[in-house]
Design a protein around this ligand. Structure first.
Ligand SMILES: C[S@@+](CC[C@H](N)C(=O)[O-])C[C@H]1O[C@@H](n2cnc3c(N)ncnc32)[C@H](O)[C@@H]1O
Length: 167
């Protein structure tokens, strides 16, 4: 079954045709081990579970972990490999079926299915990182690891207006 068929299209969702060829390629630098084997079992977002998950970085990138153990929180970027990429308007069921633009959503369905979560680092053992704060399927490919910098990344006054209206 294709990602498109697996996700299904809801009424009012808008599909586009993607460019014939991608503009860049990337490296999967590892994989993420989580307790979740089905999308329906995954938390909806990074604060939805206290499960300890394991980031398995490929050994060739191990040198890049120097000083990572000093960080309390990390930004993880990962590749939602089971998501279709061609929806520009989506009507997520858990948002009451209302339609929103892909770029106003944290949905995995997007032209480049890159997900991000700020996770709490529990420990680093070799090239394995134990973290709390993930929402992806077991085996999801890892794209990048960055330190979370409160002085740069925290924006206490930030709002997402449509979610306020919904609440
Ligand atoms: C709403 S997204 C949020 C992802 C990330 N925290 C973000 O904000 O960018 C999380 C959902 O993506 C889905 N998902 C998880 N792993 C996936 C994968 N490998 N491929 C496609 N969808 C996935 C699950 O339904 C999960 O609840």
């Amino acid at each position: 079954m294709s990602a498109q068929e697996e996700f299904g299209i809801r009424p009012d969702e808008v599909i586009i045709e993607l460019p014939a060829t991608p503009d860049a390629s990337l490296y999967f630098i590892g994989h993420i081990r989580t307790p979740w084997k089905k999308r329906a079992d995954c938390p909806k977002n990074a604060r939805g579970s206290e499960a300890v998950c394991t980031v398995e970085l490929d050994a060739r990138y191990g040198d890049g972990l120097k000083d990572v153990e000093t960080c309390s929180h990390l930004v993880l970027l990962y590749w939602m490999d089971k998501a279709p990429r061609n929806l520009m308007r989506q009507a997520p069921g858990h948002h009451g079926g209302a339609q929103h633009g892909t770029f106003a959503l944290r949905s995995p369905v997007r032209p480049n299915p890159i997900a991000m979560s700020v996770v709490r680092l529990i420990k680093v053992e070799g090239t394995k990182l134990s973290v709390v704060g993930l929402d992806c399927l077991n085996g999801t490919p890892l794209l990048d690891i960055k330190p979370y910098l409160p002085s740069v990344d925290s924006v206490p006054e930030a709002v997402c207006g449509w979610r306020l209206r919904k609440d």
